[in-house]
Design a protein around this ligand. Structure first.
Ligand SMILES: [Zn+2]
Length: 134
């Protein structure tokens, strides 16, 4: 019983952490191929330049609340963004939910490997798309 509670609490912590990491990797793969800084300007809409406020930066939740659109100009936000954020959160949380407290090293190692795999695949797809666009 205590193990189940421990696993669920750990997963509840790792889910938003993984989603936040996914959100950051989203920025990395959006900006680096364009030669842009990761730090400046702060997160903004590519269409209208609207700077995102804190409540527009919550992974997955903000997308759902805003119904997948920029709050300022109504431009659609790609559906892939919340999917990748959710996958990233799940990649860290699910191994922990299954085995975390009994085998923390294995659960965390598996979660990190899954998270890296999601973003390596995404990076390869972005790289392929940007080469095709040249
Ligand atoms: Zn906008």
């Amino acid at each position: 019983m205590l193990d189940i509670l421990c696993n669920l609490l750990g997963a509840a912590f790792l889910l938003p952490l993984g989603a936040a990491l996914g959100s950051f990797f989203e920025v990395v793969l959006d900006r680096l191929p364009r030669g842009e800084s990761l730090l400046w300007p702060p997160s903004h809409c590519r269409t209208c330049g609207h700077r995102l406020s804190a409540d527009e930066l919550v992974p997955v939740i903000s997308y759902l609340v805003q119904r997948g659109r920029c709050r300022a100009c109504d431009t659609p936000i790609g559906r892939g963004v919340p999917i990748r954020e959710g996958l990233s959160g799940s990649a860290l949380a699910v191994p922990w939910a299954l085995a975390g407290c009994a085998q923390p090293g294995f659960a965390l190692g598996t979660g990190i490997a899954l998270l890296v795999a999601v973003w390596v695949v995404r990076g390869l797809l972005v790289g392929r798309a940007s080469k095709a666009g040249r």
